[in-house]
Write a new protein. Structure first.
Length: 319
């Protein structure tokens, strides 16, 4: 599954009607699996999880810290090249390095650390409770939306807010609304607005899940703080450094973030929103085996050249 193929398909279809909507009982019948086989599958997944978790140790800690060092190096190198560049090639090289820093901050670093993968190691440097990423999304909002709203209800229509990100209609099972007429141009503009859209999304999704009033300062203040920090750092602090040249640095920082936003949009479009992923009706009485099976059916792996796997943070290999 190539990234560009999915992105083109996603942009050109106002509703991905090729999805198969499965109700709880349909999952067994459609796959011709007995309840015993499904629960046996669930037990095997649990065993794999326990085995993998027992092997997490110093090597894994060294890996994630090396990725943090790489991200910091990419940021320092990228910003330095943008700042000191005298011609387009050096400037563009800086833009790409800074863009990969932004990407690593979400994928290999933030997504994995905020999942709590290293919490048991009692290392505050890579602990989900203390981790701060170079992103406009508030860490606590993202963790709540991702762990409480998305993962337990992956691709369940009406419960998993990631299925359309509260705005987009990606399947006929979703109720059509007039603003969906504009979702193709909205999608095309996403790389330009993701730095503001995703903070809004995770904050709004959290407020809705907690049954709070959405349009309040409590809902959006953390996102406003993160966005303000990003704007200050990239469009005031670094562009105003002596000898930099404001437009050169600000435009370089903007393009680096644009690169990350575009890349991230493609990754997210593939993982659960591709036409080969399954969607589900409500599954109130779902067993653990059925839960694991739903995760497999609702998620798509995609191919990537080996050197680029690091920038996906294993999101391309969920299953």
């Amino acid at each position: 599954m190539q990234v560009v193929d999915v992105y083109i398909y996603f942009l050109t279809n106002s509703s991905l009607s090729r999805y198969c909507l499965l109700k709880e009982d349909d999952m067994k019948n459609y796959l011709n699996l007995s309840s015993e086989k499904i629960e046996s599958f669930g037990k095997e997944i649990d065993e794999i999880y326990q085995e993998a978790r027992s092997k997490v140790g110093t090597e894994d800690l060294e890996h994630i810290k090396s990725m943090k060092n790489l991200s910091d190096f990419l940021e320092l190198s990228g910003r330095s090249l943008i700042h000191l560049s005298k011609e387009p090639v050096t400037w563009l090289s800086g833009v790409m390095l800074l863009g990969y820093h932004f990407l690593l901050e979400f994928t290999e670093l933030g997504h994995n650390v905020l999942h709590g993968q290293y919490d048991d190691m009692q290392d505050n440097e890579v602990n989900s409770r203390t981790w701060k990423w170079d992103s406009t999304m508030d860490e606590e909002d993202w963790k709540f939306e991702h762990h409480v709203v998305h993962h337990p209800f992956t691709n369940i229509v009406g419960k998993d807010n990631d299925f359309g990100f509260l705005v987009y209609r990606v399947n006929d099972a979703q109720k059509w609304k007039p603003y969906h007429l504009f979702q193709v141009p909205m999608l095309l503009s996403m790389p330009l607005i993701n730095s503001f859209y995703f903070p809004w999304y995770v904050a709004t999704s959290r407020a809705l899940a907690e049954s709070r009033e959405v349009l309040t300062l409590q809902t959006y203040l953390p996102s406003i703080k993160k966005i303000s920090q990003h704007l200050y750092k990239n469009y005031l602090l670094f562009p105003m450094l002596p000898g930099a040249g404001y437009l050169k640095v600000a435009s370089g920082n903007f393009l680096a973030k644009l690169f990350q936003n575009l890349y991230l949009e493609m990754i997210l479009a593939i993982s659960h929103l591709h036409k080969d992923a399954y969607i589900f009706d409500d599954t109130e009485n779902e067993t653990k085996g059925e839960f694991y099976l739903r995760q497999v059916l609702a998620t798509i792996n995609f191919d990537s050249p080996a050197p680029y796997n690091v920038v996906y943070g294993a999101i391309n290999l969920d299953i």
